[in-house]
Write a protein that binds this ligand. Structure first.
Ligand code: ZN
Length: 174
């Protein structure tokens, strides 16, 4: 590539710009959430002109992962960075606790109850299966009941609010 002499070349790829660009890469299943909201981007590194974005997919084998990877590559290339690669890190596994507070708020506004904070029983034998405290995204009621453990996708459960009677998806913790 011939670079005009009056164009200053940055010494290193602007990583802050990469992070900003990643904020526009959305999850194809829940388009209000960016990959940063989900917390799946673990690191962005630059070495000898190559930008490496390390991601931990939410669900391995999820077809959305390929779409997300293509979205990340396109967003980074749009910055004029041609050397970008995506590295997948499977351990430690992604957990809903990595979802940002902004992401939880967006999810709720979208009509999906965000994952409840993990309830950990420290009195006895560690984690115990405590039913999550799921709040209705429409009216805020905590009087909700599970209708089905599988909502519109495997990562969601279907709930109904006992106050406003509306069914809604709950993004399951894991
Ligand atoms: Zn409600």
């Amino acid at each position: 590539m011939v670079v005009p002499p009056d164009v200053e070349q940055p010494a290193a790829a602007p990583l802050a710009a990469v992070w900003t660009a990643l904020a526009s890469v959305c999850d194809p299943e829940i388009p209000v959430l960016s990959v940063l909201d989900l917390g799946i981007v673990r690191s962005v590194e630059e070495c000898a002109g190559t930008v490496t974005v390390t991601i931990t997919p939410t669900y391995s084998g999820c077809p959305a992962v390929k779409v997300i990877e293509a979205g990340i590559l396109a967003a980074v290339e749009a910055l004029g960075i041609t050397g970008c690669r995506i590295q997948t890190r499977l351990a430690p596994a992604w957990t809903t606790e990595w979802m940002s507070a902004a992401g939880r708020a967006k999810l709720n506004a979208y009509g999906i109850a965000p994952p409840a904070q993990q309830v950990i029983d420290i009195s006895g034998l560690g984690r115990r299966a405590v039913p999550p405290d799921v709040t209705c995204p429409r009216c805020g009621s905590r009087h909700t009941q599970v209708i089905s453990q599988f909502g519109s996708t495997a990562c969601k459960a279907l709930y109904r609010c006992q106050d406003c009677r509306e069914p809604f998806d709950y993004f399951k913790c894991h």
